[in-house]
Write a protein that binds this ligand. Structure first.
Ligand SMILES: Nc1ncnc2c1ncn2[C@@H]1O[C@H](COP(=O)(O)OP(=O)(O)OP(=O)(O)O)[C@@H](O)[C@H]1O
Length: 245
Protein backbone atom coordinates (compact mmCIF):
# COMPACT_ATOMS: atom_id res chain seq x y z
CA UNK A 1 0.00 0.00 0.00
CA UNK A 2 1.29 3.49 -0.77
CA UNK A 3 1.34 5.98 2.13
CA UNK A 4 -1.93 5.44 4.01
CA UNK A 5 -4.50 8.22 4.32
CA UNK A 6 -5.40 7.07 7.83
CA UNK A 7 -3.01 5.27 10.09
CA UNK A 8 -4.16 3.89 13.44
CA UNK A 9 -1.71 2.51 15.99
CA UNK A 10 -2.36 0.95 19.38
CA UNK A 11 -5.91 2.30 19.52
CA UNK A 12 -7.36 1.62 22.93
CA UNK A 13 -10.89 2.34 24.07
CA UNK A 14 -12.40 1.96 27.53
CA UNK A 15 -16.18 2.44 27.85
CA UNK A 16 -17.88 2.43 31.23
CA UNK A 17 -14.77 0.96 32.85
CA UNK A 18 -14.67 -1.90 30.34
CA UNK A 19 -11.63 -2.30 28.09
CA UNK A 20 -13.10 -2.84 24.63
CA UNK A 21 -10.13 -2.14 22.37
CA UNK A 22 -6.73 -3.34 23.57
CA UNK A 23 -4.59 -2.13 20.66
CA UNK A 24 -5.96 -1.87 17.13
CA UNK A 25 -3.59 -1.06 14.27
CA UNK A 26 -4.97 -0.30 10.84
CA UNK A 27 -4.08 1.58 7.68
CA UNK A 28 -6.61 2.94 5.23
CA UNK A 29 -5.36 3.06 1.65
CA UNK A 30 -5.38 6.48 -0.03
CA UNK A 31 -7.67 5.11 -2.77
CA UNK A 32 -10.36 2.47 -3.07
CA UNK A 33 -11.95 0.44 -0.31
CA UNK A 34 -10.26 -0.89 2.84
CA UNK A 35 -12.44 -3.41 4.65
CA UNK A 36 -12.63 -3.71 8.43
CA UNK A 37 -13.68 -7.25 9.27
CA UNK A 38 -14.25 -9.36 12.35
CA UNK A 39 -16.78 -11.57 14.08
CA UNK A 40 -19.78 -10.10 15.89
CA UNK A 41 -18.60 -8.20 18.95
CA UNK A 42 -14.94 -8.16 17.81
CA UNK A 43 -14.70 -4.37 18.11
CA UNK A 44 -15.31 -3.04 14.58
CA UNK A 45 -17.87 -0.38 15.48
CA UNK A 46 -15.83 0.66 18.52
CA UNK A 47 -12.77 1.02 16.28
CA UNK A 48 -14.71 3.34 13.99
CA UNK A 49 -16.11 5.29 16.96
CA UNK A 50 -12.58 5.54 18.38
CA UNK A 51 -11.20 6.86 15.08
CA UNK A 52 -13.96 9.48 15.02
CA UNK A 53 -13.46 10.51 18.65
CA UNK A 54 -16.99 9.43 19.56
CA UNK A 55 -15.59 7.46 22.51
CA UNK A 56 -12.58 8.29 24.72
CA UNK A 57 -9.51 6.80 23.05
CA UNK A 58 -5.77 6.59 23.37
CA UNK A 59 -3.04 5.62 20.95
CA UNK A 60 -2.35 7.26 17.62
CA UNK A 61 -4.74 8.12 14.78
CA UNK A 62 -2.89 9.91 12.01
CA UNK A 63 -5.12 11.29 9.27
CA UNK A 64 -3.69 13.00 6.24
CA UNK A 65 -0.34 13.31 8.01
CA UNK A 66 -1.72 14.85 11.24
CA UNK A 67 -2.23 13.30 14.66
CA UNK A 68 -5.94 13.53 15.50
CA UNK A 69 -6.28 11.81 18.86
CA UNK A 70 -6.52 15.22 20.54
CA UNK A 71 -9.15 16.46 18.10
CA UNK A 72 -12.91 16.54 18.56
CA UNK A 73 -15.31 14.68 16.25
CA UNK A 74 -16.43 18.04 14.89
CA UNK A 75 -12.86 18.93 13.94
CA UNK A 76 -12.43 15.58 12.16
CA UNK A 77 -15.64 16.10 10.20
CA UNK A 78 -14.46 19.58 9.22
CA UNK A 79 -11.27 17.97 7.96
CA UNK A 80 -13.26 15.85 5.56
CA UNK A 81 -14.17 12.58 7.23
CA UNK A 82 -17.69 11.48 6.31
CA UNK A 83 -19.46 8.88 8.46
CA UNK A 84 -22.26 6.47 7.61
CA UNK A 85 -23.23 5.05 11.02
CA UNK A 86 -24.55 1.54 11.54
CA UNK A 87 -28.05 2.82 12.39
CA UNK A 88 -27.90 5.15 9.34
CA UNK A 89 -28.79 8.17 11.49
CA UNK A 90 -31.42 9.62 9.17
CA UNK A 91 -33.95 12.07 10.60
CA UNK A 92 -37.21 10.16 10.29
CA UNK A 93 -39.52 13.17 10.50
CA UNK A 94 -37.63 15.15 7.86
CA UNK A 95 -37.95 14.67 4.12
CA UNK A 96 -35.20 13.18 1.99
CA UNK A 97 -34.38 16.66 0.65
CA UNK A 98 -34.21 18.09 4.18
CA UNK A 99 -31.93 15.27 5.34
CA UNK A 100 -29.57 16.02 2.48
CA UNK A 101 -29.77 19.78 2.98
CA UNK A 102 -28.79 19.40 6.64
CA UNK A 103 -25.60 17.64 5.55
CA UNK A 104 -24.50 20.41 3.16
CA UNK A 105 -21.17 21.87 4.18
CA UNK A 106 -19.65 23.02 0.92
CA UNK A 107 -20.75 25.97 -1.19
CA UNK A 108 -21.29 23.62 -4.13
CA UNK A 109 -22.90 20.39 -2.85
CA UNK A 110 -22.56 17.42 -5.22
CA UNK A 111 -26.28 16.77 -5.84
CA UNK A 112 -25.37 15.75 -9.40
CA UNK A 113 -23.31 12.80 -8.11
CA UNK A 114 -25.80 11.84 -5.37
CA UNK A 115 -28.77 11.83 -7.75
CA UNK A 116 -26.81 9.99 -10.42
CA UNK A 117 -25.93 7.23 -7.95
CA UNK A 118 -29.33 7.22 -6.27
CA UNK A 119 -32.03 8.46 -8.66
CA UNK A 120 -34.63 7.37 -6.11
CA UNK A 121 -33.55 10.16 -3.78
CA UNK A 122 -34.59 12.73 -6.34
CA UNK A 123 -37.91 10.99 -6.94
CA UNK A 124 -38.58 10.74 -3.21
CA UNK A 125 -37.24 14.18 -2.26
CA UNK A 126 -40.46 15.17 -0.48
CA UNK A 127 -41.03 11.86 1.26
CA UNK A 128 -40.42 11.64 5.03
CA UNK A 129 -37.21 9.64 5.53
CA UNK A 130 -38.89 7.55 8.24
CA UNK A 131 -41.24 6.07 5.63
CA UNK A 132 -38.40 4.90 3.34
CA UNK A 133 -37.25 1.28 3.15
CA UNK A 134 -33.99 0.34 4.86
CA UNK A 135 -32.16 0.41 1.54
CA UNK A 136 -33.49 3.84 0.66
CA UNK A 137 -32.51 5.15 4.10
CA UNK A 138 -29.04 3.78 3.49
CA UNK A 139 -28.92 5.72 0.22
CA UNK A 140 -29.74 8.90 2.17
CA UNK A 141 -26.98 8.11 4.68
CA UNK A 142 -24.37 7.48 1.97
CA UNK A 143 -25.67 10.37 -0.12
CA UNK A 144 -25.10 12.78 2.75
CA UNK A 145 -21.39 11.95 2.85
CA UNK A 146 -21.01 12.21 -0.95
CA UNK A 147 -22.68 15.61 -0.99
CA UNK A 148 -19.57 17.26 0.38
CA UNK A 149 -16.90 17.39 -2.28
CA UNK A 150 -14.37 18.26 0.43
CA UNK A 151 -14.80 14.86 2.10
CA UNK A 152 -11.55 12.96 1.72
CA UNK A 153 -12.48 9.76 3.55
CA UNK A 154 -15.77 7.96 4.09
CA UNK A 155 -16.23 5.53 6.95
CA UNK A 156 -19.24 3.27 6.46
CA UNK A 157 -20.35 0.90 9.23
CA UNK A 158 -22.12 -2.18 7.84
CA UNK A 159 -24.08 -0.30 5.18
CA UNK A 160 -25.68 -3.48 3.80
CA UNK A 161 -26.78 -4.96 7.13
CA UNK A 162 -30.33 -6.23 6.99
CA UNK A 163 -30.89 -5.25 3.35
CA UNK A 164 -32.51 -7.46 0.72
CA UNK A 165 -30.04 -8.92 -1.83
CA UNK A 166 -31.26 -6.64 -4.64
CA UNK A 167 -30.70 -3.58 -2.47
CA UNK A 168 -27.29 -4.88 -1.34
CA UNK A 169 -26.30 -4.89 -5.01
CA UNK A 170 -27.52 -1.30 -5.43
CA UNK A 171 -25.60 -0.14 -2.37
CA UNK A 172 -22.52 -2.06 -3.57
CA UNK A 173 -22.63 -0.33 -6.95
CA UNK A 174 -22.94 3.03 -5.22
CA UNK A 175 -20.01 2.28 -2.89
CA UNK A 176 -17.94 1.10 -5.84
CA UNK A 177 -18.64 4.32 -7.68
CA UNK A 178 -18.11 6.45 -4.57
CA UNK A 179 -14.76 4.78 -3.93
CA UNK A 180 -13.54 6.01 -7.30
CA UNK A 181 -13.87 9.53 -5.90
CA UNK A 182 -13.19 9.07 -2.17
CA UNK A 183 -11.36 6.33 -0.24
CA UNK A 184 -13.67 4.27 1.97
CA UNK A 185 -13.13 2.40 5.22
CA UNK A 186 -15.88 -0.19 5.05
CA UNK A 187 -17.05 -2.28 7.99
CA UNK A 188 -18.72 -5.23 6.34
CA UNK A 189 -19.69 -8.83 7.08
CA UNK A 190 -20.86 -9.67 3.58
CA UNK A 191 -17.70 -11.27 2.22
CA UNK A 192 -18.95 -11.38 -1.35
CA UNK A 193 -19.16 -7.61 -1.15
CA UNK A 194 -15.71 -7.36 0.44
CA UNK A 195 -14.32 -9.50 -2.36
CA UNK A 196 -15.92 -7.24 -4.93
CA UNK A 197 -14.98 -3.89 -3.40
CA UNK A 198 -11.96 -4.08 -1.12
CA UNK A 199 -8.28 -3.98 -1.97
CA UNK A 200 -7.03 -4.30 1.57
CA UNK A 201 -8.57 -5.65 4.72
CA UNK A 202 -7.96 -5.53 8.43
CA UNK A 203 -9.42 -8.10 10.81
CA UNK A 204 -10.06 -7.34 14.47
CA UNK A 205 -10.62 -10.01 17.07
CA UNK A 206 -11.21 -9.43 20.78
CA UNK A 207 -10.35 -5.76 20.46
CA UNK A 208 -7.02 -6.27 18.69
CA UNK A 209 -5.79 -6.43 15.12
CA UNK A 210 -5.53 -10.08 14.17
CA UNK A 211 -4.66 -9.74 10.49
CA UNK A 212 -4.01 -7.14 7.79
CA UNK A 213 -3.29 -7.58 4.10
CA UNK A 214 -4.79 -7.85 0.63
CA UNK A 215 -8.50 -8.75 0.88
CA UNK A 216 -8.35 -11.22 -2.03
CA UNK A 217 -5.53 -13.11 -0.33
CA UNK A 218 -7.47 -13.60 2.91
CA UNK A 219 -10.71 -14.55 1.17
CA UNK A 220 -8.88 -17.09 -1.01
CA UNK A 221 -7.60 -18.79 2.13
CA UNK A 222 -10.57 -20.76 3.44
CA UNK A 223 -8.74 -21.96 6.55
CA UNK A 224 -7.60 -18.48 7.55
CA UNK A 225 -11.01 -16.95 6.79
CA UNK A 226 -12.62 -19.59 8.96
CA UNK A 227 -10.23 -18.98 11.84
CA UNK A 228 -10.39 -15.20 11.70
CA UNK A 229 -13.97 -14.60 10.64
CA UNK A 230 -15.81 -17.73 11.61
CA UNK A 231 -16.97 -18.28 8.06
CA UNK A 232 -18.61 -21.66 8.02
CA UNK A 233 -18.82 -21.96 4.28
CA UNK A 234 -16.90 -20.87 1.21
CA UNK A 235 -15.66 -17.30 1.62
CA UNK A 236 -17.09 -16.38 -1.75
CA UNK A 237 -20.62 -17.41 -0.80
CA UNK A 238 -23.27 -14.76 -1.24
CA UNK A 239 -23.49 -13.91 2.44
CA UNK A 240 -21.09 -13.48 5.32
CA UNK A 241 -21.21 -14.65 8.91
CA UNK A 242 -24.01 -12.18 9.62
CA UNK A 243 -26.47 -14.60 8.01
CA UNK A 244 -28.67 -14.52 4.96
CA UNK A 245 -29.51 -11.15 3.56
N1 LIG B 1 -20.95 1.28 25.32
C1 LIG B 1 -20.56 0.04 25.60
N2 LIG B 1 -20.54 -0.40 26.86
C2 LIG B 1 -20.14 -1.65 27.17
N3 LIG B 1 -19.73 -2.55 26.25
C3 LIG B 1 -19.73 -2.16 24.97
C4 LIG B 1 -20.14 -0.86 24.56
N4 LIG B 1 -20.03 -0.77 23.23
C5 LIG B 1 -19.57 -1.96 22.80
N5 LIG B 1 -19.40 -2.80 23.83
C6 LIG B 1 -18.91 -4.19 23.77
O1 LIG B 1 -17.66 -4.16 23.11
C7 LIG B 1 -17.51 -5.27 22.23
C8 LIG B 1 -17.25 -4.78 20.82
O2 LIG B 1 -18.43 -4.14 20.32
P1 LIG B 1 -18.51 -3.56 18.85
O3 LIG B 1 -19.91 -3.03 18.67
O4 LIG B 1 -17.39 -2.65 18.60
O5 LIG B 1 -18.30 -4.88 17.98
P2 LIG B 1 -18.55 -5.14 16.44
O6 LIG B 1 -17.38 -5.89 15.95
O7 LIG B 1 -18.91 -3.86 15.75
O8 LIG B 1 -19.82 -6.10 16.50
P3 LIG B 1 -21.08 -6.30 15.51
O9 LIG B 1 -20.54 -6.93 14.27
O10 LIG B 1 -21.95 -7.22 16.30
O11 LIG B 1 -21.68 -4.94 15.28
C9 LIG B 1 -18.79 -6.07 22.38
O12 LIG B 1 -18.57 -7.12 23.29
C10 LIG B 1 -19.79 -5.08 22.91
O13 LIG B 1 -20.78 -5.72 23.68
Amino acid sequence: MSAPLLSVRELKVVVGGRHILHGVDLDVAPAGVTALLGRNGAGKTTTVRGILGLVPRSGSVRYDGHETVGMTTHQLVRRGIGYVPEDRGVFAALTVAENLRLAERDADPAYDLVHELFPELRQRARQAAGTLSGGQQQMVAIGRTLLNRSNRLIIADEPTKGLAPRVVTEVAVALERAAQAVPILLVEQNLALVRRLAGHCVVVADGRTAHAGPAAELLADAEKSRTLLGVGRRADAATGPGGDR
